[in-house]
Write a protein that binds this ligand. Structure first.
Ligand code: 26W
Length: 799
């Protein structure tokens, strides 16, 4: 049906009429989206079945990527691209008077994630499929993804997200493959067959129903599966009790995604979600495995399970439980299989994000799992005792259960064969600080896998004109092998190529300016430098540093007639966790500043501040290709990797960043002339934290520009009650500026001066931009995934 434009048109019109029972002339864009989506879904089913059959037949090892979040974004455009049918569809629709992009915009983002961790999982699925690797995702089918953000009077307001409202053309409900997950109840122990047997009784049962989504590889006939589980009431519920309450509580498990990014919420529902995911996921994997194998003794040779952060780490005790209680295996053998099956990635060192579950919540909800965790802990502590006899302090620090809580990261390290960080510096910090004692004990488990992003979505799809310009210069080999983008290096000195790259950027800026006008009513200067910071709102990411610098520019423009700047448009996008008071105040501050700056006749020609509401994957795809400058300004040591930084680089923006996360590796790739770095190093930050010695107030007193902007937070400079930004003011001066905003301020100002000057030199700026694109191949998630496949999972291509 996609073999030619005409074949497509014919099928499309037939399909439309079949689905909607009316003629094409009466169609709406939304209906056209559903028609096309349905056609594509049907079209992939053949390759999907074939991939599954191939996997069954060749009996190669499979990896299952367990993640509580998958931030997929829109799927239609990406699926058309990967299937290689985008042009046919675009042309066919054009004949019918329809723009494909208008149809694509009908799709609601699949927003089943908060930020970096969830988007990484989505990029990984794309790379697994595109590399023909047998790897699948396992997650939760939340009815509501991350909240929709509205800005009202400058404040963030959260609305429930409704991605399933009009159905989801990409999923297939597989009710017949449902499994049951048990909560609560008690464990009864009996003796039989020469061993202890454990029976979980009086439990509340929930039915987990899988919904499968196809994950389409790039032009390679591979269609992997993302299996999302939905919680439903069990049909034959033996227990009595309040049926309505049971229904409500059951459905609540997959009702909504927790909107927390880097902050744990010790809610029982969250723990239920975690166990629901791993128990359902494992049961289905084990039953698939047993269709082609008589026993589970070689499970780890054929199955790898990856846990994305600690959220799915109950996979460890759950797999132990299945092997022992359901299949009668002894502890040692089950442990050998489990630890060899499971691998774990850590995504943050922020202490407030490290999961610890109180026993008081955990034990009643998961009594048998708790017993197993206790046993793992006891055996682990015993082995520590053998290695470090008498070193109680160390054992206490390393224990999985201590002081009434279960430390999920400890469980993850002990129960897996691989522990990795997501950028070199992050892995180093894990080894020498956060997980130092574990690294001493298990050095062989630790390794680094620097993150990556899929160049298919973030370059080919989001920036088609750039992709074409690259192909015109160096051919298209880089699409299959992104490291070949390096062939662009010589073109960094080629004037006509620079001109073309410039024109692509200008067109993208024009398109974004249009979107900005449509969303905010504000007209921005397309010639100005687009300086962008889009990411979750968090104190450590220091949107505040960016704001204070803009306030500084504003002040200088007002006070110093000789002061001039490269015209700049500062663009922000960020969601704050609904309970994160401070982050929400920063959003209000950005919007308050925007109103002031944009309305000021003296500055508005050279300075604009834009806050784009509801930042999400689809909006990122419009913003990133239009950026000149990429703000990656976290306090060094705090951002584990960052992945936005890679997306900007790949689209020709220059990074203005701290020596944090993967910024350091970007610097290594592009060299110091093609990135602007500033601020404290991670070692300096860590030293301050260890030894003290930082006094923010001194910077406030000694730097008059800084003094002025900080005072302006509370002195009536902004037309808001003076207490509005007091919390922010206090965080800097009363609480001694935990994130070193004041310390890095001057260095940031100077870095901005260098950026402004460099932007004024067109030739050298274009050179930098091209070098960034050329060196971005290293940050394709294809590279990352190949490393995981070779060094952690031991999987190989299925064809
Ligand atoms: C339990 C609450 C919670 C929720 C999410 C704690 C922690 C998280 C994530 C680990 C936060 C996260 O998304 N981390 C980001 O992971 C990205 C992918 O590896 C990195 O690029 C980011 O630097 C890191 O902040």
């Amino acid at each position: 049906m996609f073999s030619s434009k005409d074949a497509f048109k014919k099928h499309f019109l037939e399909k439309y009429e079949m689905m909607f029972g009316k003629s094409f002339e009466e169609s709406t864009l939304s209906e056209l989206y559903h028609t096309l989506g349905q056609m594509v879904r049907e079209y992939v089913s053949h390759a999907w079945i074939e991939t599954n059959e191939r996997n069954r037949a060749n009996q190669k090892k499979q990896v299952y990527y367990f993640s509580i979040e998958f931030l997929l974004g829109r799927l239609l455009g990406n699926n058309l691209l990967n299937l290689g049918i985008r042009d046919v569809v675009e042309e066919g629709l054009k004949d019918l008077g329809v723009h494909l992009t208008d149809v694509e915009e009908q799709e609601v983002d699949a927003g089943l994630g908060n930020g970096g961790l969830g988007r990484l999982a989505a990029c990984f699925l794309d790379s697994l499929a595109s590399l023909s690797l047998p790897g699948h995702g396992v997650g939760i089918r939340y009815k509501h993804g991350l909240f929709d953000q509205k800005i009202i009077d400058g404040y963030q307001v959260e609305l429930p997200e409704q991605w399933l409202r009009n159905g989801n053309v990409w999923e297939i409900r597989k009710e017949s493959q449902s499994v049951e997950v048990k909560f609560g109840g008690e464990v009864q122990v009996s003796y039989g067959n020469g061993r202890l047997m454990f029976h979980h009784v009086n439990a509340e049962t929930v039915t987990a129903v899988p919904y499968d989504m196809p994950i389409i590889g790039y032009k390679n006939n591979t269609v992997n599966t993302l299996r999302l589980w939905s919680a439903e009431p069990t049909q034959f519920r033996p227990e009595k009790g309040d049926v309505m309450k049971y229904k409500r509580e059951t459905e609540a498990i997959s009702e909504f995604l927790y909107p927390d990014d880097s902050h744990i919420e010790g809610k029982i529902l969250r723990l239920k979600q975690q166990y629901f995911l791993v128990s359902a996921g494992l049961k289905s994997i084990v039953s698939t495995y047993l269709k082609s194998n008589d026993h589970l003794r070689n499970f780890h040779h054929k199955v790898a399970i990856h846990v994305n952060d600690t959220h799915p780490v109950l996979a460890i005790p759950e797999l132990m439980r299945i092997l022992m209680d359901e299949y009668g295996m002894g502890w040692d053998e089950a442990w050998e299989i489990t630890t060899n099956t499971i691998s774990y990635t850590n995504h943050t060192t922020l202490s407030e994000a490290l999961e610890k579950w109180p026993i008081s919540i955990f034990k009643p909800l998961l009594p048998r799992i708790y017993m197993i965790v206790e046993e793992i802990n006891e055996r682990f502590c015993r082995s520590l005792w053998n290695r470090y006899p008498g070193d109680w302090k160390r054992i206490e620090e390393m224990a999985i259960i201590a002081h009434g809580v279960i430390k999920m990261a400890h469980l993850a390290i002990v129960g897996s064969h691989s522990v990795n960080g997501v950028a070199k510096i992050h892995t180093d910090i894990l080894k020498k600080r956060e997980m130092k004692l574990f690294y001493e004990y298990y050095p062989e488990k630790f390794n680094n896998k620097t993150n990556g992003i899929t160049h298919r979505r973030w370059l080919l799809k989001a920036n088609p004109n750039l992709a074409k310009t690259i192909c015109d210069a160096i051919g298209d080999k880089w699409i299959a092998n992104p490291q070949k983008l390096a062939s662009l290096v010589p073109f960094a000195k080629d004037d006509s190529f620079k001109q073309k790259i410039y024109e692509v950027k200008q067109n993208n800026k024009r398109a974004l300016a249009k979107r900005i006008k449509q969303m905010t009513g504000i007209v921005v200067d397309e010639q100005s430098m687009f300086d962008v910071q889009v990411k979750r709102l968090h104190a450590y990411k220091r949107q505040l540093l960016n704001i204070l610098h803009i306030m500084y520019l504003y002040n200088r423009l007002h006070e110093d007639a000789k002061f001039s700047i490269t015209p700049r448009t500062f663009i922000f996008g960020a969601k704050a966790s609904p309970g994160y008071y401070y982050a929400k105040k920063i959003i209000k501050l950005i919007n308050t500043l925007a109103a002031k700056v944009n309305g000021d006749p003296k500055t508005r020609d050279v300075l604009k501040v834009i806050f784009l509401e509801n930042y999400r994957v689809s909006l990122a795809e419009e913003i990133i290709p239009a950026a000149d400058v990429s703000e990656q300004i976290s306090t060094a040591s705090k951002e584990a990797s960052g992945t936005g930084n890679m997306k900007f680089m790949m689209n020709g923006a220059i990074t203005l960043g701290t020596l944090d996360g993967a910024n350091i590796e970007i610097l290594e790739e592009v060299g110091p002339n093609n990135i602007f770095t500033f601020g404290l190093t991670a070692d300096q930050v860590l030293a301050y934290q260890k030894n003290g010695g930082y006094r923010a107030i001194e910077y406030y007193h000694h730097d008059k520009d800084l003094n002025q902007v900080i005072d302006q937070l509370i002195n009536g400079f902004f037309p808001v009650p003076t207490h509005e930004f007091e919390t922010i003011y206090d965080s800097l001066l009363v609480q001694n500026d935990e994130y070193f905003v004041l310390k890095d301020f001057r260095s940031y100002v100077r870095a901005h001066e260098r950026v402004g000057a460099a932007y004024g030199d067109w030739d050298s700026w274009m050179e930098k931009s091209i070098i960034n694109i050329a060196k971005s191949g290293h940050f394709s998630s294809d590279r990352t995934i190949q490393e995981y496949a070779d060094e952690i999972w031991g999987i190989t291509r299925s064809v």
